[in-house]
Design a protein around this ligand. Structure first.
Ligand code: UD1
Ligand code: UDP
Length: 372
């Protein structure tokens, strides 16, 4: 009788649902049984449940409903819940994505139980430990058995930390899904639904702690967006719940906006891809959205002082704001007047084959694990 390898995928935040959608579909066809453990880090329908139905991700078998909280308390809640489940289930391995609190909790619980860890998006670094995601991804990489690097830069970062054993350069699963979505029927139509003309608006997203939790930065970002709108430039901003809360704490009334500045609730994945792909340019601090703009050939202003995604910058179409946030308004206006040309960055991100490579490697790895 052959033993079927089992995998528990641990996810909890919006970008992880999207990444898992690219991989989950292929795991089943490779004969790997996958159960999804949702930590409950994101819980609003438009940050969580809607993505499962939209992208056909299997229903989570467990939801820990850990919710929001301080980093330590949130990690602790997840950790004890994950431990109980892993101890009872003893999967052949756990599969983790990215660098959120859910990633770190999954990695710690698994390694302490001697369960192999596979990490998708390994090797990302911004070399700044004040960023919570930097701590999460470093610690996760250091306890992972399989490290799936999305880019050459990520692979080189792993080499510098002595982590090449078990590391594979596979590409970015977000590219796989973006390419499929671009080929879909609704791709060109979504902006029209929002009253926007193709290449006639800016698509913006903001949610990084290092921006939202620094009042001067949050204010500059909001005022720069308002200034674009005052100049008659249409701008559409689906607001992350964290940002909505932080702007309210600063007394900024998001309902009072100039010109054609639309503030929306978080949109679906397909809407986000379509809004990004048909924009004149994208302005974002999101790791995912900055890559997607490059994949879709749209210029991008990265609203941050650094990025782990060097390959997006080398494609020529992305500009990094840097430390001086007072430049933001002018940078946005100049991107509107003279949008830079973007070269095809897809080949630097695996060309759309990352998920199939990952599943092949996982399959071979799990065969060896279950034979031991
Ligand atoms: C998390 C990740 C970040 C990722 C982002 C994707 C960490 C440390 N950060 O940041 O890397 O880029 O997800 O979106 O894991 N909230 C709601 N409803 C929800 C979810 C969150 O209202 O469904 C609000 C709560 O006020 C919460 C705040 O958003 O306190 C922040 O949520 P949290 O999951 O802690 O971090 P994110 O900023 O979403
Ligand atoms: N996204 C979405 N709806 C939105 C904003 C973003 O579906 O309202 C998608 C976006 O296209 C990308 C992913 O969410 O695929 C990025 O997630 P997020 O910005 O939350 O996190 P990050 O990538 O910065 O970790």
């Amino acid at each position: 009788m052959s033993i079927v390898p089992t995998l528990i995928t641990i996810i909890g935040a919006r970008p992880q649902f999207i990444k898992a959608a690219a991989v989950s579909a292929r795991l089943a066809s490779a004969g790997i049984r996958e159960d999804i453990l949702h930590t409950g880090q994101h819980y609003d329908a438009n940050m969580s449940g809607n993505f499962f139905s939209e992208l056909g991700i299997p229903e989570p078998r467990w939801n820990l409903e850990s919710g929001s909280g301080k980093h330590g308390a949130q990690t602790a809640k997840m950790l004890s819940g994950i431990e109980e489940i892993l101890e009872a289930e003893r999967p052949s391995a756990v599969l983790l994505y990215g660098d959120t609190t859910s990633t770190l909790a999954g990695a710690l619980a698994a390694v302490k139980l001697g369960i192999p860890v596979a990490h998708i998006e390994a090797g990302l670094r911004r070399y700044d430990r004040t960023i919570p995601e930097e701590v999460n991804r470093r610690l996760t990489d250091h306890v992972s058995d399989l490290l799936f690097a999305p880019t050459k830069t990520a692979m080189e970062n792993l080499r510098k930390e002595g982590l090449l054993e078990g590391a594979h350069l596979v590409g970015d699963v977000m590219l796989d899904l973006a390419l499929d979505t671009r080929a879909g029927e609704t791709y060109g139509l979504v902006p029209l639904r929002f009253g926007l003309a193709s290449r006639g608006y800016v698509y913006a997203t903001i949610h990084r702690q290092e921006n939202t939790d620094v009042p001067e930065k949050a204010r500059i970002i909001w005022e720069s967006f308002c200034s674009l709108a005052e100049d008659g430039i249409p701008i559409v901003l689906p607001l992350h719940p964290r940002t909505r809360r932080k702007l309210a704490e600063l007394g900024i009334q998001v309902d009072r906006r100039p010109g054609r500045f639309s503030v929306l609730d978080p949109v679906s994945y397909k809407e986000s891809i379509s809004l990004a792909g048909n924009a004149r340019f994208v302005a974002t601090d999101s790791g995912g959205v900055q890559r997607e703009s490059g994949f879709l050939g749209v210029p991008c202003v990265i609203i941050n002082y650094s990025t782990g995604w060097e390959e997006v910058l080398s494609g020529g179409g992305a500009v990094l704001l840097g430390k001086d946030f007072s430049r933001l308004k002018d940078l946005l206006k100049s991107a509107w007047k003279n949008p830079p040309t973007v070269s095809d960055v897809g080949k630097e991100f695996g060309g759309g084959k990352a998920s199939s490579r990952i599943v092949e490697i996982l399959h071979d790895y799990l065969e060896t694990v279950i034979q031991v």
